[in-house]
Design a protein around this ligand. Sequence first.
Ligand SMILES: C[S@@+](CC[C@H](N)C(=O)[O-])C[C@H]1O[C@@H](n2cnc3c(N)ncnc32)[C@H](O)[C@@H]1O
Length: 387
Amino acid sequence: MSDAALTVPAEAAAFVRGGGRDVDTSRLELAAAAGARVTLLDPGGDELGLALHDPDNQRLRVLATPADGFPRLDGALLGWRVARALAWRTRLGLPGPDQAFRLLHAAGDGVPGFTCDVLGRWAVLHAYAPALVPVARQLADAVRGFARLDGVVIKTRTRGGASDVAHEVVGQAPPERHVVREGELALEVHATGGLNVGLFTDMREHRLDLARHAPGRTVLNLFSYTGALSLACARAGAAAVTSVDTSAGVQAWAEGNFARNGLGGGGGRWRFEAGDAVRFLARAAKARERYDLVLIDPPTFSTARGKAWALDRDYPALIEQAAAVIPDGGLLWLAANTHELGSLVRLAQRGLRGRGAVIAQGGLPADYPTLPAQPRDRYLQVVALRL
Ligand SMILES: C[S@@+](CC[C@H](N)C(=O)[O-])C[C@H]1O[C@@H](n2cnc3c(N)ncnc32)[C@H](O)[C@@H]1O
């Protein structure tokens, strides 16, 4: 048994027995402290599993069921989780010198409330709330040991914004910047920076797919961040790549990523525009510019240009604007990082007004497992269309 026993109602018990691991507690009164390790019981007193109380997110995080065979939520259980997660990534061929990949993906890897990305010799482990940090430290020890890393940075969101992040390091601290590899690509990451390190590992397979379509094409990448998608296209033989992002800081970072992959300079083939995507498209349409592969991977919400951007409200209009600069036979590649939106294909249909055919649809890669009982965890949608 763990520290304390906690009885949950029949509905929550059924959710756990059905494979659910993030129990919604918004309508429950729970007599347990934030971060408490508890043994969950059903109304009949039967054990459901070992869990962590996460009141900040109104969740009980179930890290083991009786079938897993662990008497308490401790380092032995967490080590077993990490070993299994690493075995799966090894089977996928992901670990290797300096490689970046997701090692732990929350409930899908039996560690609800935590994710962990390996970034070469270091890892960044996210704990979804400050109360989960003591368990995050034990998890970090296990990650460091099993994956043979120099250190693990534990990050916790403190107030909700991407920059309101506390971090601490288990083992050796990483340098402020270091370079990791994703297959052939070399990309700079900032492991101790804000919430985002400069690389979204969930896009790895989409970068590979884009590489198939990019050769010879004139590419426009909107919301380009540190340029990973742009770089995948450029390395694959794109004729030209224009990256647009409001942040001058990430544009300099993207340019650095191009240079470290042997694509410095480029005689005007690689353009980095610091500005608003909507304004860029308006100007491009007016100047009759044409791009035969346009990538759009916008944030869900942003206030980057003073006026708030919201994906569900603004995406169809942006798609319509983008389609106006794509000639027939060109490609439109769309991503959305939320399930709240509904179907991205439907949204594209609204923006494209009858034009285009879907040539590919995708989502999270195999190092981002999710549970059938928690379908909303599959947040990533990617759609490619031929216009
Ligand atoms: C989700 S990230 C894009 C990730 C990127 N596609 C990748 O795969 O690495 C969102 C980016 O959009 C940028 N951004 C936010 N609002 C913008 C706007 N109105 N116009 C252009 N870029 C914007 C942010 O600076 C940030 O770099």
